[in-house]
Write a protein that binds this ligand. Structure first.
Ligand code: CO
Length: 134
């Protein structure tokens, strides 16, 4: 079902500090911060040759990553995003395999303007999985 690794998302408390690490220490190409109020995060994209790293910082009082950061105050890998060609076909196959889709189970428009779904980390070796239709 899955195609390429689209991005690895890392939740951080301090986006500027994390951006500086990737830009200055690793010499990566790092975007400016982009606030996504609908998603409750501000994001910075680190572009690598074969994938992206997304640094995400909580935005607003009801950020979906606030609890995760309270449990991981030093920052931590938050999710992996895999590309799929057909998000509905992927969802049905995964449901048949016993995976739980988070939320109401319907794809939402993600940070890149494309349909996404999230799968429970309880079914994926402790890792939150995002599927993005490309
Ligand atoms: Co993501």
């Amino acid at each position: 079902v899955i195609g390429r690794l689209n991005h690895v998302a890392i939740a951080v408390q301090d986006l500027a500090a994390a951006s500086a690490l990737y830009r200055d220490a690793l010499g990566a190409k790092v975007s400016g911060p982009l606030s996504l109020p609908d998603h409750g995060v501000t994001v910075v994209f680190v572009e690598l040759e074969n994938t992206k790293i997304e640094l995400i910082e909580p935005l607003g009082e009801h950020s979906p990553i606030a609890k995760f950061l309270a449990e991981n105050p030093g920052g931590a890998v938050h999710h992996l995003c895999f590309e799929v060609a057909d998000i509905f076909a992927a969802r049905e196959q995964l449901k048949r395999a016993g995976a739980r889709v988070l939320g109401d189970g319907r794809p939402k428009i993600g940070a890149h303007g494309k349909p996404v779904l999230f799968l429970s980390p309880k079914d994926f070796a402790g890792t939150l999985i995002e599927l993005e239709q490309i």
